[in-house]
Write a new protein. Sequence first.
Length: 202
Amino acid sequence: MNIRSILLASLVIPFVGCGKDPVRSDGEEAQPNEDRICVLRFSPDGRTLASGDTRGTVAVRDGTTGRVISWVRPHRHVRAVAFAPDGKQLVTVSGDQDLRIERWNPAGGASRHTMDKHYAHESAVTLNREGTVAAVAFSYDEVGGVLVDTTSGDERPYAEAVKGQPLCLAFSPDGALLAESVWLKGNRGQINLRNGTTGEKI
């Protein structure tokens, strides 16, 4: 399967990267599966591509052919992936409410660093370009979220008294901005821009 096919396969399940973990049989073998990919991220040099699927599998692929080089099984539904700037670490966020943040050697093997976070009403998750900060948005009585340092686990919460559900998040390349798509009560959508360090709305 080539890169074009992988990218197209990831589009047949829109918004799944922002949604909830599907039911999975405990006996099902989790291996790279192109028809369940929900997140994609190239390495800084563009030579490798990381894919994460809804069964909890992350594959590191050749960036030209899409061939699987190695793969790991982080936790559950993969929500976000990112390479460190030197390409020698792969950061993953997986799970549903009980989120697990892990750092891996892209060549395969055990994770180097793991932390678990519980957020009862999380609705969307993303990582900045370097994988150093994870943004988690909540959906309940108000739109809010938290910025998590993926190395130390330190959290910077933010909140806004607007009823709605965050659908997806994205950092700008330099991490200075965090874009947030929100579905507000009253059936209307809105895109917010936030400070990528503090979470404050701009």
